[in-house]
Write a new protein. Structure first.
Length: 230
């Protein structure tokens, strides 16, 4: 269980996020991947099988569940990550490996047979390919959004502000700088996520319990699936 982390999510207004960010800045360090005072762009392509098992398990709150996604950080598309996200007893774990563009292209075309015989194929990619062949796993939705993140060494805490969450199914444009997207939250509504290992420092806990912060089981994947045409 040591690899799993606690994860809390809150829906809140942009005003509430702005106030919280001002309070966090003296206490936490900005994510080194983002420019000072800026956010960074995240785009994830999620997979599901022909029975939409991931979506159904998420909706039903099944305790032990997993889902695959491929993540990039436009406009830089040189970093491509295949991730397997697991949830167990309310805790989350993320395993990942790097992909190159050729591997991504083959996955999107369904031309994946060679990955099962190639010794250099990462185990996570081999597992994805097996699921594509046996369960007809395929891309179902792209989740596109802007993130600002703050880190705290104590408790290994990561606080993220996710704004402008959009859904898209233009899989052939996954690597483009810009893709068309459908907003999935009401105007002015954003998502706050708090991730930590065994404990969350008390002086942070109080910050997430005031005003318009509403803890939720919100899933970007689920809401984007519901709003997308597939």
């Amino acid at each position: 269980m040591l690899d799993y982390r606690n994860e809390k999510k809150y829906l809140c207004s942009e005003t509430a996020l702005t106030v919280l960010e001002a309070r966090l800045k003296p206490l936490m360090k900005p994510d080194p991947h983002q420019a000072p005072g800026a956010c960074y762009h995240i785009r994830s392509m999620y997979f599901d099988d022909y029975e939409n098992s991931c979506m159904m398990e998420n909706e039903a709150g099944v305790d032990a569940r997993t889902k695959f996604r491929i993540r990039i950080y436009p406009p830089d598309v040189t970093v491509i990550r295949l991730e397997l996200k697991s949830k167990l007893h309310g805790l989350t774990r993320k395993e990942s490996c790097s992909l190159n563009q050729e591997q991504l292209d083959r996955v999107l075309r369904g031309d994946t047979a060679r990955f099962l015989t190639d010794r250099d194929t990462p185990s996570k990619l081999r597992r994805l390919v097996l699921a594509m062949q046996t369960r007809l796993l395929a891309p179902k939705v792209i989740v596109d959004y802007d993130r600002t993140a703050y880190l705290l060494q104590e408790g290994n805490v990561r606080v993220t502000f996710d704004r402008n969450i959009r859904a898209c199914t233009a899989f052939d444009r996954f690597l483009d700088d810009w893709i068309p997207g459908i907003p999935v939250l009401d105007t002015g509504q954003q998502l706050l996520e708090v991730k930590y290992d065994e404990f969350l420092p008390g002086y942070l806990t109080g910050m997430f319990q005031y005003g318009s912060f509403r803890e939720t089981a919100f899933s970007k994947y689920m809401l984007c699936r519901e709003r997308s045409p597939l």
